[in-house]
Structure formats: structure tokens, C-alpha cells
Design a protein around this ligand. Structure first.
Ligand SMILES: *[C@@H]1O[C@H](CO)[C@@H](O)[C@H](O)[C@H]1NC(C)=O
Ligand SMILES: *[C@@H]1O[C@H](CO)[C@@H](O)[C@H](O)[C@H]1NC(C)=O
Ligand SMILES: *[C@@H]1O[C@H](CO)[C@@H](O)[C@H](O)[C@H]1NC(C)=O
Ligand SMILES: *[C@@H]1O[C@H](CO)[C@@H](O)[C@H](O)[C@H]1NC(C)=O
Ligand SMILES: *[C@@H]1O[C@H](CO)[C@@H](O)[C@H](O)[C@H]1NC(C)=O
Ligand SMILES: *[C@@H]1O[C@H](CO)[C@@H](O)[C@H](O)[C@H]1NC(C)=O
Ligand SMILES: *[C@@H]1O[C@H](CO)[C@@H](O)[C@H](O)[C@H]1NC(C)=O
Ligand SMILES: *[C@@H]1O[C@H](CO)[C@@H](O)[C@H](O)[C@H]1NC(C)=O
Ligand SMILES: *[C@@H]1O[C@H](CO)[C@@H](O)[C@H](O)[C@H]1NC(C)=O
Ligand SMILES: *[C@@H]1O[C@H](CO)[C@@H](O)[C@H](O)[C@H]1NC(C)=O
Ligand SMILES: *[C@@H]1O[C@H](CO)[C@@H](O)[C@H](O)[C@H]1NC(C)=O
Ligand SMILES: *[C@@H]1O[C@H](CO)[C@@H](O)[C@H](O)[C@H]1NC(C)=O
Length: 291
């Protein structure tokens, strides 16, 4: 995607002097209704936000974005419908990047124009992830809707054919999603303050930002059948086989959230069922010894 976008942006910049930024690539919806909620997060739409789990329709400060992707059509990529909500006296922005620490991000900006009575303002920019510089781009965006209420800015839009030129078919829809804000005086967009950067998320999977819930039922098929006799006190002195040292330090994941990386941690994942089996075998052994 980046390569394609850069080439596209460079090609277009050849024809446009920097101060004459056309908006022909933007099409606005005449429906000004913007209603952004958490409804469907993780089920029908992918959501990112900061602070964690905040509610864009709620009372407290919440910078929130959601995305719904069309089914990918190989040569054309996906149409990505985005909602963005947050507070700023200038702009809020959502970015997509393959790697937040190198290359570039596609940044979509929703702003209030303080030199025009706080009216809604929309732009697409390219952010250099290394030096944070913003460069205007002509990314096509359609069905743009936006509203400003005080410092509350909300917008919805669709980026068509996202990733159309990308060859990485298997992960072509996987991006880190960035959230941030900045100043806007009516002509100059200030530096992008990165407030949140997600792990790589597959935009076509609404649940790709849902922490996997602990699923002991799947890892321990015994759970249903071997209900431990609740009050039979364990035989205290049945000498355990001395050498089967219990894996004392296999720290079970204390909470449900998986380790930050997206790839399943193979090692610790394999350890848990192992530890459970070991525990069960020891318990079974002690029960057998007692009988
Ligand atoms: C607004 O929307 C209506 C119905 O969708 C359409 O008929 C009309 O042409 C639109 N107006 C503009 C200015 O886009
Ligand atoms: C916003 O959408 C939610 C459902 O997504 C709905 O329950 C609510 O009534 C809507 N609010 C407005 C003001 O349209
Ligand atoms: C919204 O916030 C205001 C003050 O910030 C507070 O007085 C009010 O109770 C809040 N309403 C809800 C529904 O939380
Ligand atoms: C600014 O917007 C407010 C509310 O929309 C309106 O009442 C006011 O007249 C506007 N002022 C100017 C100078 O356009
Ligand atoms: C991003 O900025 C760095 C440092 O200024 C520069 O070396 C690099 O070429 C820039 N990348 C792009 C794509 O503009
Ligand atoms: C497992 O539990 C389910 C629901 O509690 C029950 O229907 C099923 O018979 C149980 N299976 C066994 C092997 O006990
Ligand atoms: C289990 O033990 C507890 C306390 O040791 C006792 O209060 C309870 O009645 C016992 N339950 C059964 C079913 O024996
Ligand atoms: C049980 O274990 C304790 C401590 O390990 C020991 O002092 C005691 O003699 C043992 N009792 C029997 C019956 O083995
Ligand atoms: C059992 O442990 C002892 C020392 O704790 C060790 O010398 C011995 O080799 C172990 N045996 C096995 C089978 O691991
Ligand atoms: C368990 O691991 C923690 C750190 O991972 C360590 O501080 C602690 O001493 C270990 N305990 C044992 C019994 O090995
Ligand atoms: C575990 O989660 C609970 C609630 O989700 C939270 O209160 C607690 O601080 C968490 N503990 C750790 C170690 O993250
Ligand atoms: C995630 O995993 C990759 C390699 O799989 C590694 O390079 C990277 O440092 C890891 N990141 C974190 C936060 O653990």
C-alpha cells in the first residue's frame, strides 16, 4: 500500500503546487447525521480508542475510531468505512500504517476551522513515521460526514479501494491504527501528536482488537467430567514421587489479556496444558494411592 500511495501522492504532487491543494479526491455526503457509539465493537466493527474502552457517546474524553471493511476484492482491495470521534480545538486524526516506527502513515484528519467559526474541515495527509512530518496527499475519500460541537469533533468517511496496489495479499489488510490530534488555525495543520498506536490489526476482522478471553473449557476437556470431590481432604502424607517437581513457576497468565504480541506465544501456550496434565496426573496418582 505504502509504495502505491507514495507513488500516487508523488505523481499528484507533480501537478499540484503545495499551496493549491485540490479537494477533488474528497466527496462529502449531504447527510450530516453523525452518530458514533460503541455498538457493534468487536462484533460488527473494529474499534480502537484511548483511554481503553472509553465510550465516544459518553460523557468523558474519548478518542475513538472504528472501521468496517468490505469483503476484499483482490485487485481492488477493500472499502474501509471509518468513524472517528474525539475532542480537540484543532484536529483529531486516525492513521493507518504498516509499521508505526518506519515508513509512512496514511493520516485522515477531521478538524474544526477556528478561522471559520469552527466549521468542519477534512483532509488526508501522509505522515513520515520517522520525523512526524505531514505532507498533503490526495487519497480518495468518499461519503464524508462531519460535525463539530464545541471541541467535540465527529466524522465518518469511506476510503475506497484501500490497498489496491499491494502485493502482500495475505496481510494486505493488516495495519497498525494510530490515533492522535493536533492544532489547526484554518490554514496550517500542526504536528501530529500520537496518542495511541495499536498492534497490527487485520481490518477485515472486527474482533481483531478484542483480547482473547480465557478459554479453559477448550484447553481442558476434562473440566466437565472430573469434578473433584469437594470435601474429600487430600491425603496429606502420601509421599509424592520425589522427582516429579511441580512446575512451581509456570506463571499462569494472571489476567485474560494475552501478551502484547499478536502471534500466539507458543512456548507458554504449550506449557499450560502440560502443567494442567501434570497436576491432574499427580492428583490422580494420589487418589489411587489412597484407595
Ligand atoms: C443529497 O442527497 C439526496 C438524496 O440522497 C440527493 O438527491 C441530492 O442530490 C443530494 N444533494 C447533494 C448536494 O449532494
Ligand atoms: C445512535 O445510534 C444508536 C445505535 O447505533 C441508536 O441507539 C441511537 O438512538 C442513535 N442516536 C441518534 C441521536 O441517532
Ligand atoms: C456528564 O458530565 C457532567 C459534568 O462533566 C456531569 O455533571 C453529568 O452528571 C454527566 N452525565 C452523565 C450521564 O454521566
Ligand atoms: C457561528 O456559528 C454559530 C452557530 O452555528 C452562529 O450562531 C453564528 O452566527 C456564527 N457566527 C459567524 C460569524 O458565522
Ligand atoms: C522521512 O523522514 C526521514 C528523516 O527526515 C527521511 O530520511 C525519509 O526519507 C522520510 N521518508 C519519506 C517517505 O519521506
Ligand atoms: C458436560 O456438561 C454439559 C453441560 O453441563 C452436559 O450436557 C454434558 O453431558 C457434560 N458432559 C459430560 C461428559 O459430563
Ligand atoms: C465441606 O467442608 C466444609 C468445611 O470443611 C463444610 O462446611 C461443608 O459442610 C462440607 N460439605 C460437604 C458436602 O461435606
Ligand atoms: C506426615 O508428614 C509430616 C511432615 O512431612 C511428618 O512429620 C509426619 O510424620 C508424616 N506422617 C505420616 C503418617 O507419614
Ligand atoms: C531424582 O532426584 C535426585 C536428586 O534430587 C537425582 O539425583 C536423581 O537423578 C533424580 N532422578 C530422576 C529419575 O530424575
Ligand atoms: C518465580 O519467578 C519469579 C520471576 O519470574 C521469581 O522472582 C521467583 O523467585 C520465582 N520463584 C521460584 C520459586 O522460582
Ligand atoms: C486483572 O483484571 C482486573 C479486572 O479486569 C483488574 O482489576 C486487575 O488489576 C487486573 N490484574 C492485573 C495483574 O492486571
Ligand atoms: C513481537 O514479536 C516480534 C517477533 O515475533 C518481536 O520482534 C517484537 O519485539 C515483539 N514485540 C513485543 C512488544 O514483544
Amino acid at each position: 500500500m505504502e509504495g502505491g500511495l507514495i507513488v500516487l501522492a508523488a505523481a499528484l504532487l507533480l501537478f499540484l503546487s503545495p499551496e493549491v491543494q485540490g479537494t477533488a479526491h474528497l466527496s462529502f455526503s449531504n447527510n450530516t447525521q453523525v452518530n458514533i457509539t460503541r455498538d457493534g465493537c468487536g462484533v460488527s466493527k473494529l474499534c480502537v480508542e484511548t483511554p481503553n474502552n472509553c465510550d465516544p457517546s459518553g460523557n468523558s474524553s474519548c478518542l475513538f475510531a472504528s472501521a468496517v471493511s468490505s469483503v476484499p476484492v483482490p485487485p481492488y482491495g477493500v472499502d474501509l468505512s471509518v468513524e472517528l470521534s474525539g475532542e480537540s480545538a484543532g484536529y483529531i486524526a486516525v492513521g493507518l500504517t504498516a509499521n508505526a516506527s518506519e515508513g509512512t502513515s496514511m493520516l485522515v484528519i477531521c478538524a474544526q476551522n477556528s478561522s471559520d467559526n469552527g466549521t468542519f474541515f477534512f483532509r488526508t495527509m501522509q505522515r513520515n513515521n520517522t520525523d512526524n512530518m505531514l505532507t498533503p496527499t490526495e487519497t480518495r475519500v468518499k461519503e464524508i460526514r462531519g460535525m463539530v460541537n464545541g471541541n467535540m469533533i465527529k466524522c465518518e468517511f469511506t476510503v475506497p479501494n484501500l490497498n489496491a496496489s499491494n502485493i502482500r495479499s495475505s496481510e494486505a489488510t493488516t495495519f497498525s491504527v494510530l490515533l492522535g490530534n493536533g492544532s489547526f488555525d484554518g490554514s496550517v495543520l500542526g504536528a501530529f501528536n500520537l496518542l495511541f498506536g495499536s498492534k497490527p490489526l487485520d481490518l477485515i476482522k472486527p474482533d481483531s482488537n478484542v483480547p482473547p478471553t480465557a478459554a479453559p473449557t477448550t484447553t481442558a476437556p476434562i473440566s466437565n467430567t472430573t469434578i473433584m470431590p469437594s470435601n474429600t481432604t487430600m491425603p496429606s502424607n502420601t509421599t509424592m514421587p520425589s522427582n516429579t517437581t511441580m512446575p512451581s513457576n509456570t506463571t499462569m497468565p494472571s489476567n485474560t489479556t494475552m501478551p502484547s504480541n499478536t502471534t500466539m506465544p507458543n512456548n507458554s501456550g504449550a506449557l499450560q496444558p502440560h502443567a494442567v496434565l501434570l497436576l491432574l496426573s499427580v492428583l490422580t496418582l494420589s487418589v489411587l494411592l489412597r484407595v
